[in-house]
Design a protein around this ligand. Structure first.
Ligand SMILES: NC(=O)c1ccc[n+]([C@@H]2O[C@H](COP(=O)([O-])OP(=O)(O)OC[C@H]3O[C@@H](n4cnc5c(N)ncnc54)[C@H](OP(=O)(O)O)[C@@H]3O)[C@@H](O)[C@H]2O)c1
Length: 217
């Protein structure tokens, strides 16, 4: 599968691209194509040093990541989401994964959702009706994604109103390390999944823990 990552040069994008480029063709998107190409080169070099010689990754603009991805992952901070989407076209019929969490911080982190109730529901409003929005990967830290020698042993709750898109994304999740996809129901439930992330961040902060995550069983 070809997976375009909008904002792919960021923390989550880097981790996702590393973990997915063994089996999928990754298009790292950026506002600056050169930056994405540099990251793509460093990623393939890094994986080659680890013996992975067939990583498939390329740098691109964000628009090219949308145009060339069968799946598009929106890996930008919530505060840049609306302006980023306003500058992009071509989301019709695409599976669009959102790991975006609308979070603010006082002394602690808290859920700070838009009027729609969640970032995923706002994305649904902003993108063409035929876009197939799926919330996933909201609750795993980017640092954990990036430590390639470590297994990812978490649950990933997947929410969508498009059952086929949800199934495709759940299969993608289950192909990564030891992640276990769980059907979290319709996109409306994304508010609950997104709101868990500030809880996770606060648990990490107040208990001096790292890589706090969720595993349902
Ligand atoms: N970090 C985590 O641990 C984590 C965990 C779970 C979910 N998430 C979610 O994943 C999403 C991405 O998080 P992240 O930590 O990877 O983000 P990030 O590193 O802060 O940013 C991602 C990319 O956004 C682009 N960007 C920066 N400023 C921008 C602007 N003004 N307008 C448009 N694009 C801009 C940059 O790419 P270019 O400069 O190359 O354009 C940057 O590399 C967030 O919504 C977050 O809630 C993050």
């Amino acid at each position: 599968m070809r997976i375009g990552i909008v904002g792919g040069t960021g923390d989550i994008g880097e981790g996702l691209a590393h973990r997915l480029s063994h089996e999928h063709e990754i298009i790292i998107g950026s506002r600056e194509k050169d930056k994405a190409c540099t990251m793509s080169k460093s990623l393939t070099d890094n994986l080659a040093e680890k013996g992975v010689l067939d990583a498939k990754c390329a740098g691109a603009t964000n628009q090219e990541a949308v145009d060339n991805g069968d799946i598009v992952i929106l890996s930008v901070n919530y505060k840049h989401l609306e302006s980023t989407l306003a500058g992009l076209t071509g989301f019709e019929d695409k599976i669009v994964i959102t790991p975006v969490n609308p979070i603010s911080k006082k002394d602690h982190f808290y859920f700070d959702p838009p009027a729609e109730g969640s970032a995923a529901l706002e994305i649904k409003r902003l993108l063409p009706e035929s876009s197939r929005i799926v919330a996933a990967f909201n609750n795993i830290s980017a640092q954990k994604w990036k430590r390639l020698s470590e297994k990812l042993d978490y649950s990933v709750v997947v929410c969508s109103d498009d059952e086929d898109a949800k199934k495709t994304v759940m299969e993608l999740v289950n192909s990564i390390s030891e992640l276990k996809a769980l059907d979290g129901g319709p996109l409306e439930m994304s508010s609950v999944v997104e709101s868990l992330t500030p809880l996770i961040l606060n648990i990490a902060k107040y208990n001096n823990m790292k890589d706090v995550g969720i595993k349902f069983f």
